[in-house]
Design a protein around this ligand. Sequence first.
Ligand code: NCD
Length: 457
Amino acid sequence: MPPEPARTREGASAHTGDVDAAPRHLVSIDDLGTDEILELFARARSFSEDLRAHAHLCPGTISASLFYEASTRTRLSFESAMLRLGGGVLTAAEMKTSSSSKGESLADTVRVVSGYADIIVLRHSSEGAARLASRYATVPVVNAGDGSHEHPTQTLCDLYTLWIERGRLEGLDVVLAGDLRYSRTIHSFIYALARFRANIVCVPHPGLELPDYVLRRLHEEYGAEPVRADATQLGGLAGESDALYLTPHKPHQLSLFTELSSLRVDRGDALYMTRPQTERHKGENSDKYMRVGAETMALEPLRDALVMHPLPRRDEIDASMDTDPRGVYFKQAARGVPIRMAIIAMLLGKVPAIAARPRVAATYFDLPAGKSPCPNPNCISHTEARHVQPAFRLRQRHPLRAGCAYCSQELSAPFVASRRDRVFFPRTDAKAQAVPVEDLVFLQDEREALELGFAKG
Ligand code: NCD
């Protein structure tokens, strides 16, 4: 069961991410302040001048790679980064051979590994796994990919590449293509791009559009305005896709675009391609998946665009782009080492931190132990149900909205109860809106409410 957090009221607890006490985790790209991201980039650039000159930073320090899913780049670049910093690495790259195959919970595993290493790099197939791990580990946890949720360190490699190649991050025009639904790299990247006020064009493979909860967060938390995009300028790349434009501006303020009802895509600084994440879906129509080659990159909006990809690629980027100066995906992968050196050095407090941390990276509230109200069946609160205390983050008070503290998906439960007053109401009821946040319980239906001993309010 979860650690004992500070009690705010009997039976309820709140956790904040702004405490100064170690350890500091990197679970979501939101765990970093904007200036901190730029500070990481400056440090990565200085590390990259001579990767061999920094072994004095982490001698005697050990990182543990806990990988429950396949990886090449992320694991090896993290391990290379730790070795370059003078530390050592423990690798559990095949967690199926570990005690998890004997039924050990993730919570127990990270508690144990906290005794063996100074930092844990975790990849897991369930959304929210890294947040869960961060609640139990006594050393920093880095999210190296949790299901289709987030992959913040890949985002730092991606943004760093844009920063180096374009010389800035503010207001770039970026096209995101492919599997936007299940690509965790897309989700962390799009939040970061929105933070830097990018104009983002989403060109999904049909059926693999951005999840609603991501779109909603982009709109509500980052002020990104979603508008239908006229992507005919992108030729076959857009194909039958339902292209979407996300812009920090109110559409009428845009001079770039000619039509107001659907904004035309006229230029791009980068085209970010993703492979179909067929380990997370059936891959229907993947044979018709988009492909980027010289022909696509000759189209007017893409003529000066960088071609980016988190890799591995399948067929979505033609080999002809490998020798094209716009194809930067191998550089993007190589930059993983200095970036991850900067991340490790920062999380372990081995370098001075000048930039401000986000004031409250995450505030979340525990729910009573039991069934998780999260609607996402692949959330760690379901896949490790016996070991996870459900928790939520409040998004909005009126009307009452909350997200799962682990996987960020919107809690759709139609009823809420007050655990102090033992009564329940429809979520839209004014009385429900007045329940103090630390007393809230989310319920799927009246039967569940009655079974748990709540009376109709
Ligand atoms: C990505 C991942 O694992 O999400 N790979 C990576 O870390 N570079 C992208 C992918 O697997 O498609």
